[in-house]
Write a protein that binds this ligand. Sequence first.
Ligand code: WTA
Length: 662
Amino acid sequence: MSVAKGDRGDPAEKERLEALLQESRRFPPPAAMRAAANAGDPKVYDAAARDLEGFWAEQAEALDWFKPWDKVLDWQSPWAKWFVGGQTNICHNCVDRHAASARRNKAAIIWEGEPGDQRILTYGQLQREVARFANGLKRLGVAKGDRVAIYLGMVPELAIAMLACARIGAPHSIVFGGFSADALADRINDAQAKVLVTADGAWRRGGVVPLKANADAALRACPTISKVVVVERVGAAAQAEMQAGRDITWEETVAGVSADCPCEKMDAEDMLFILYTSGTTGKPKGIVHTTGGYMTGVSTTHRLIFDIKDTDVYWCTADIGWVTGHSYIVYGPLANGATSLMYEGSPDHPDRGRFWSICEKYGVNILYTAPTSIRTFMRWGTDWPKRYDLSSLRLLGSVGEPINPEAWMWYHEHIGAGRCPIVDTWWQTETGMILITPLPALTTTKPGSATRPFPGIEAQVLDERGDPVGPGAGGYLVLTRPWPAMMRTIYGDSERYVRQYWSRYPGKYFTGDGAKVDEDGDFWLLGRVDDVMNVSGHRISTYEVESALVDHPGVAEAAVIGRTHDVKGQAIAAFVTLKEATKGSDALKGELREHVAHKIGPIARPDDIYFAAELPKTRSAKIMRRLLRDIAEGRALGDTTTLADPSVVQRLKEQYEEKEDA
Ligand code: WTA
């Protein structure tokens, strides 16, 4: 097992860490944490299991409702309704109720720009900004039920815009700023969005991501968009052009509008947002989340898992373009009246100490980040975090992919100084909230295990036939009871919702992840079991990348797989057969990689491209990805007996191995 790359130069350290891992160490919760913990009584598990509805009703009661619900749960599998008949507004709960309390002048959002600028919005200020932008949207013709697409970098306006949408009952559809024009257009069209909120550009490692130019290109194919609001973030360097009659700056949008904008009374089951995610087919799925259950789920998990206290500075390093940012930068923390830190840029700008300098500068108490980042920090070495005072940290979180024990240990020792519990949180865009996780004052953690289902959540690991597997054996992770923040459907495709998630094992939610449970009942996540890759914590489907490749005029056929990668978790390897008139060359490889980046976004740019005379297929013409993975990872080939022509894969392997030797 390879250990802490950052400590490569220190054999003693390496040996020590290796020993730790082989001991299968246990990390009991710090005793001091228990007394003051938000979840300090282990009975919470039994209580929630016994009375699921009672547990969630109690959580929901901690929030403001305009009208109480008649029924906690209406479950007609796979259709869930939570807090039926209740009326609320999540913007009211995240903003107004705190602005009207002693928290009025508490920082809601601390924002740090990549160039070093800073903006702090108190709850009072946030309330004003959100209400004004909400009125601005109304003035542009946005009404309850209209969809608003948001394509921004990590600027405060992103949080303001989403809360403003929630305030007036207009579901938002946020598209990650790293997606291309084509990807943006697909998402806008699927949601039939009326207004787009974007920026002239976004800062990234000192360079400019041309958001507006991308948006302009996308909008050539988006007939439903009538207005575009443009945040001026970058200025002249972005070279953004404004289209008269359609485009309006953020400043103009809020000019002269009143800050008086009452929160729309939303039914608990009214749609709050759509968020697109990759599935096993080419078309991204618009995951639909609704109001009351989502609000209850994310606020409860945030409060109990991160043990948030009123004085804490909490930092989730995700991008709001992904679900982690939705639930654990904006809605969960703000519903709890927390101070949520937002950072605009990359961890290595201006240098590799940026994250730690931010922790020191603001006295961050709780840090929530991804294993891919941790592995990157390991590579950069311990000197970077050592230069900063990280003593304010008291709790660490991990999300997005399985965390390998080496990374867990490094995080624990070098960031948490051995003192901070780590919560490894498993969940998905679809689940809306964290479902498998330690509770920091209650759970004994193990490096690499997400431990156990959150109170009220029931998970199982099943074999092909649907029988639970025994301890230690791998299988498919399913969820057997509904939870409040669960997705309600796929936007515009309820049939796919049923087929994708509820048909493999009728009555059970199919996660698409593999897992095993150990003797203690702790869960270990093993990665996706479908054709979804996890590249640096980003979900990308192999099919999407294949579609982008065959869209290139020189490509006849493509097969894409995720191969193991030390830092990214998975890297994208593409096997491509070319049309007869096209010759394979390094230049063409570069062109294909750029083509994919252009079609989907830089996050989907393949790491490796292999030209192949033929792709290995079964007799029923299915591409055998397993064998391609063997080749890309330099392993011996697995079983080839089901191939139509076993020599194809053998030739491919030889061809590739020659290249490796060369
Ligand atoms: C993976 C991100 C192991 C998993 C919140 C899941 C994880 C997919 C973990 C969802 C974890 C997320 N341990 N694997 N702690 N967290 N995953 O929709 O494969 O972007 O199905 O949501 O990420 O990715 P998504």
